[in-house]
Design a protein around this ligand. Structure first.
Ligand SMILES: [Zn+2]
Length: 120
């Protein structure tokens, strides 16, 4: 269940959504219910865009196989790479640590608290 960032053009909100599988299409916006979410890739302080990180992950066949199988350890590694090695928000960090122990978290994250792209 990888974590993706989406932008809803109707609500003008950035959403962090936790998908059930690596290849799953974008879900409807949790605010307005429309299927217009755009996947976003943020830029990290490493200078590497997350698009580049994402492509690196896709070229890592072992990691990719783990993601396709929904292996929680692979998902945790995916999230680590996507976050550029920076510590995740506390509520994510706990989930990621559980995933690294091989547990699949039961609840989706939903939207990220307090962060809206309209503020940037
Ligand atoms: Zn919306």
């Amino acid at each position: 269940m990888p974590i993706y960032e989406y932008w809803c053009p109707h609500c003008r909100r950035r959403l962090t959504i936790y998908l059930a599988s690596f290849s799953e299409p974008a879900p409807p916006c949790p605010q307005c219910g429309r299927y217009d979410l755009e996947r976003r890739f943020s830029t990290f302080s490493t200078g590497k865009t997350s698009q580049a990180v994402y492509e690196g992950i896709l070229s890592d066949s072992q990691l990719k196989r783990g993601l396709v199988r929904n292996d929680p350890r692979a998902l945790a590694e995916w999230n680590r790479r996507m976050s550029g090695g920076e510590k995740a928000a506390p509520e994510y960090e706990e989930t990621i640590q559980r995933m690294e122990r091989g547990e699949m978290p039961a609840e989706p994250f939903g939207e990220s608290p307090g962060k809206s792209a309209a503020e940037t």
